[in-house]
Design a protein around this ligand. Structure first.
Ligand SMILES: O=C(O)CCC(=O)C(=O)O
Ligand SMILES: [Fe+2]
Length: 230
């Protein structure tokens, strides 16, 4: 294991792989990711949950599946991802933008980057049985005979991922960082409280997964951000 911050370690084998977008935050931090408490207030979360739970304008999420090296099939692949997507209600889109601008400087200082453009906001719903298998947000995994041999960037400017937890009344559904471990050599598992945002780098070191939801509904608001390094 290689220590990448005061309390977090990274598996050695992953570091040997071909990974053009590899990047780490400052190694002197306690954690290599940021947690922002109360990005949304309790009242806002409550109102947004009410709207989402009656919203039936949902879409099944698609995943770009890498079939052969250099060939990406955009088929819906249920073995990789099973989630639904909601549009953010417009009132909350404005509120989200306002809050994001408020926290942007802190995010930029933490990662020593300047954010440029961001994707539009997506609200994901994970009902019982939903999951999202291990993936990196800026690259596809390159497999050879079912063995991971490296990563191929799909979005080189994409540097930062934000996940805002909108609910916490569910079991399962942990956000796992597959290659990161704590001091007790346990894989890093995040169980965000509603209203909390987790901010992490989008590169393969921060490959992540959402474990299957066992009960309840897990809602997250995700966004990917392009940035330039300071
Ligand atoms: O729902 C989550 O916690 C993570 C979603 C995710 O990894 C993504 O959309 O890229
Ligand atoms: Fe992701």
């Amino acid at each position: 294991m290689v220590q990448i911050s005061n309390y977090i370690y990274c598996k050695d084998d992953i570091l040997q792989l071909d990974m053009p977008t590899k990047l780490f935050p400052n190694p002197y931090y306690d954690y290599p990711y940021m947690i922002i408490d109360d990005f949304f207030s309790e009242n806002n979360i409550k109102e947004l949950n009410r709207l989402l739970r009656i919203d039936d304008d949902i879409e099944e999420a698609k995943v770009r599946k890498l079939t052969r090296i250099n060939s990406i099939d955009k088929k819906l692949d249920k073995s990789i991802r099973k989630t639904k997507i909601h549009k953010i209600p417009s009132k909350f889109d404005e509120l989200y933008q306002k809050q994001f601008i408020f926290f942007q400087k802190r995010i930029e200082d933490f990662f020593k980057m300047a954010l440029t453009t961001s994707t539009s906001v997506q609200i994901l719903e994970y009902t019982k049985g939903s999951f999202y298998k291990a993936h990196s947000d800026d690259s596809n995994m390159l497999l050879k005979d079912d063995k991971l041999v490296g990563f191929k960037p799909v979005a080189e400017q994409r540097k930062i991922t934000t996940v805002l937890f909108l609910s916490d009344d569910y079991e399962g559904g942990e956000l796992i960082f597959n290659y990161l471990y704590n001091e007790d050599k346990e894989v890093v598992k995040i169980r965000g409280k509603k209203g909390q945002m987790v901010v992490f780098l989008s590169n393969p070191i921060f490959t992540h997964e959402v474990k299957e939801v066992k009960t309840g509904n897990r809602f997250t608001l995700v966004q990917w951000h392009d940035a330039v390094l300071n």
